[in-house]
Write a protein that binds this ligand. Structure first.
Ligand SMILES: *Cc1c(COP(=O)(O)O)cnc(C)c1O
Length: 364
């Protein structure tokens, strides 16, 4: 082959031809409200604790890390409560690796993953990368789900793996526990409840974790990226029956969680009170946003997460660009004409309102 080939010269898998890498734009702007991060950084004490723990761990870096991430999984079980222990917990480099493990174990050629649109844009990529067929069923007009809709879609597509995202991204819509319980009572498909935003919900205690003792095919997925303010640490995890954890052990790459990742995440969990303490503030700002956006003259979808979907615009890209021109980066995602904005600090969120008011004036 000639030197410096282009993608087209390489024997790429046919299903990857023409695909683009995942990319919310990473732009250096004053106000980043585009990927639902927690806007409050770890404080100086936590940062110093992380640095000290990394320094202490550095002398052991000639050795492979603990393959079982014993300390981290134990700490995650303690954080979740509900009588869970290390055997119930799996952890990996972000929810995206957790999902890849689950599809590596339960998806694959001839198997189908089902989700309910509009929803998280990464799911089709996990399916593609694991050779799993990806199908979707539309949510109701108000973006809600009920057991009939979910059950019929499972039957229609013969789905082996089902993802119920609650609160849903990008709409913020929660799905009631009774709905999830009813679905589980009628299927043996693997049901992943993606609770990436559960800590932000108005009723965080109404979690699918409470259903784990009843249903062996239930997986409750969480992340440290959002409420825990640790997106940069890359730690996602789930709680499920121990056999599901064993299945993930088969497909994970050896030593998939680096020693540094385990150390940083365990340190963050020791500071859970502080890190999660900011969640109340974010919830309040979210509730305000649900009032402020309509006051500015746009429609907003009721949200139980740390973001809001608002619109609808004839040209949403134009609105997105005009906000970016004012130093505010949000996300073009979801149904045509709608935009998603993450909840920032009170100051960032005020800057967003001011910019949006100006933009709306301009395009009126
Ligand atoms: C942000 C998000 C996650 C978490 O992703 P990580 O890979 O853990 O950062 C999971 N699910 C949904 C729906 C999300 O929006």
């Amino acid at each position: 082959m000639k030197p410096n080939p282009s993608l087209a010269d390489l024997p790429l898998r046919p299903e990857l031809i023409g695909e683009e890498p995942y990319g919310a734009p990473q732009l250096d702007v004053p106000v980043c409200l585009n990927v639902n991060e927690n806007p409050f950084p770890p404080n100086a004490e936590i940062a110093a604790d992380m640095a000290a723990a990394i320094t202490a761990g550095a002398t052991g870096l000639n050795r492979y890390p603990d393959r079982e991430a014993t300390g981290l999984r134990t700490a995650l079980a303690t954080y979740l409560g509900h009588g869970l222990t290390i055997e119930n917990i799996w952890a990996a480099n972000g929810s995206n690796e957790v999902m890849t493990h689950l599809l590596g174990a339960f998806g694959g050629p001839g198997r189908t993953l089902l989700s309910f649109t509009p929803t998280y844009s990464m799911y089709p990529e996990y399916a593609r990368n694991t050779h799993t067929r990806y199908v979707t069923a539309p949510r109701h007009d108000d973006y809600s789900l009920d057991a009939d809709l979910i059950g019929s879609a499972i039957a229609e597509h013969d789905a082996g793996v089902v993802i119920i995202t609650t609160p849903n991204n990008p709409t913020g819509t929660p799905t009631a526990l009774q709905v999830i319980a009813e679905v589980l009572a009628h299927t043996d498909a693997v049901v992943v409840v993606d609770e990436a935003y559960q800590e932000f919900s108005r009723h965080p205690e109404q979690t699918a974790l409470t259903l784990l003792p009843r249903f062996g095919n239930l997986i409750v997925s969480r992340t440290m990226s959002k409420a825990f303010a640790l997106a940069g640490g890359r730690v996602g995890y789930f709680a499920a029956a121990p056999a599901i954890v064993d299945a993930c052990r088969i497909v994970r790459l050896p030593y998939h969680l680096s020693a540094q990742t385990q150390i940083v995440a365990e340190t963050a969990l020791r500071h859970a009170d502080f890190l999660l303490g900011q969640v109340d503030q974010l919830r309040r700002t979210r509730d305000e946003m649900l009032v402020r956006l309509p006051e500015l003259g746009v429609e907003v979808i009721d949200s139980d997460a740390n973001f809001c979907l608002f619109g609808a615009f004839a040209d949403r890209h134009d609105v997105w660009q005009r906000l970016l021109d004012r130093g505010v980066l949000i996300r073009e995602t979801g149904p045509a004409g709608w935009l998603r904005v993450s909840v920032g600090t009170p100051e960032e969120t005020e800057t967003f309102y001011t910019a949006l008011a100006e933009v709306l004036e301009e395009i009126r």
